[in-house]
Write a protein that binds this ligand. Structure first.
Ligand code: CO8
Length: 258
């Protein structure tokens, strides 16, 4: 598939997807989310890929869903097509580690897609917000659910009800982003993190991601019990044998990633 709205490349074990609709600040039109889902499916099935970086331009990670496309939708068309289920959710469903590298605007669906990633590295210029209320709607791609889990009810209410943006510093204080880096260093910082993750055992990294995500669905005792079973099961992997043998033998571990 030749992509028109994203750019895709591979560097070692890291897949990089760059949202690329500069004329619309990377607004998430149907074509873009379809291409994004396709690229993720390919990275998911590619055994050589251990981590993905999702990024945009300096000015915008993504300024939200494409309002010009959404404008003509009605309830039945949105319900029947359910683009959220068909394409957007592919980011949340992606099983390998995925990092959002955010510079500039991450608004509405842009903020929601970033939150579907495992963590967000932000440039100093990043701006996050859920301005849907200004359009007469509310967030529709997970914003009302993921934002309070990420940054507290108070801030989620503040952002979703006023529609205001928060800058990178406020987002980091609130816990939405894991770190802030200078704008020029954004991609290299995200690539460094992704290469580090991709050098670990892929199945163990995937189980770690799954376990942390389960913490949002389960109560504490169920979550801890589930974690313990997965931890125990990891002793059936070659990567556990290799990782612990390498420590004992004072050498670097060589994970098989499968
Ligand atoms: N959709 C479509 N086009 C957009 C969008 C967008 N979200 N954002 C920007 N653009 C376009 C502009 O229309 C403009 O195009 P043109 O030059 O043809 O007029 C171009 O990008 C540049 O934008 P601006 O001139 O507005 O640039 P500024 O630097 O002046 O302003 C802003 C930047 C503040 C980011 C401004 O563009 C803005 O407010 N954009 C809209 C932000 C917004 O409201 N986002 C939420 C959208 S709704 C949503 O995301 C719901 C998600 C739920 C989806 C559920 C699954 C289906």
């Amino acid at each position: 598939m030749g992509y028109k709205t994203i750019q895709v490349k591979t560097e070692g074990r890291v897949g990089v997807i760059t949202l690329d609709r500069p004329e619309a600040l990377n607004a998430l039109c149907d074509a873009l989310t379809t291409e994004l889902a396709d690229a993720l499916a390919k990275f998911e099935s590619d055994g050589e890929i251990g981590c993905v970086v999702l990024t945009g331009s300096k000015k915008a990670f993504a300024a939200g869903a494409d309002i010009k496309e959404l404008q003509s939708q009605d309830f039945v068309s949105l319900y029947m097509d359910d683009p959220f289920e068909k394409t957007w959710e592919s980011v949340a469903r992606f099983r390998k580690p995925i990092i959002a590298a955010v510079s500039g605007y991450a608004l509405g669906g842009g903020c929601e897609i970033a939150m579907m990633c495992d963590f967000i590295i932000a440039s100093e210029t990043a701006k996050f917000g859920q301005p849907e209320i200004n359009l007469g709607v509310m967030p529709g791609a997970g914003g009302t659910q993921r934002l309070p889990r990420a940054i507290s009810k108070a801030k989620a209410m503040d952002l979703c009800l006023t529609g205001r943006m928060m800058d990178a510093k406020e987002a980091e204080r609130a816990g939405l982003v894991s770190r802030i880096v200078p704008a020029d260093d954004l991609l290299s910082a995200a690539m460094d993190a992704a290469e580090t993750i991709a050098s670990k055992s892929l199945p163990i990294a995937m189980m770690t991601k799954e376990a942390i995500n389960r913490s949002f669905e389960l109560g504490l005792s169920e979550g801890v019990r589930w974690e313990r079973r997965v931890f125990q099961s990891q002793f059936a992997t070659e990567d556990q044998s290799e990782g612990m043998a390498a420590f004992a033998e004072k050498r670097a571990a060589h994970f098989k990633h499968k």
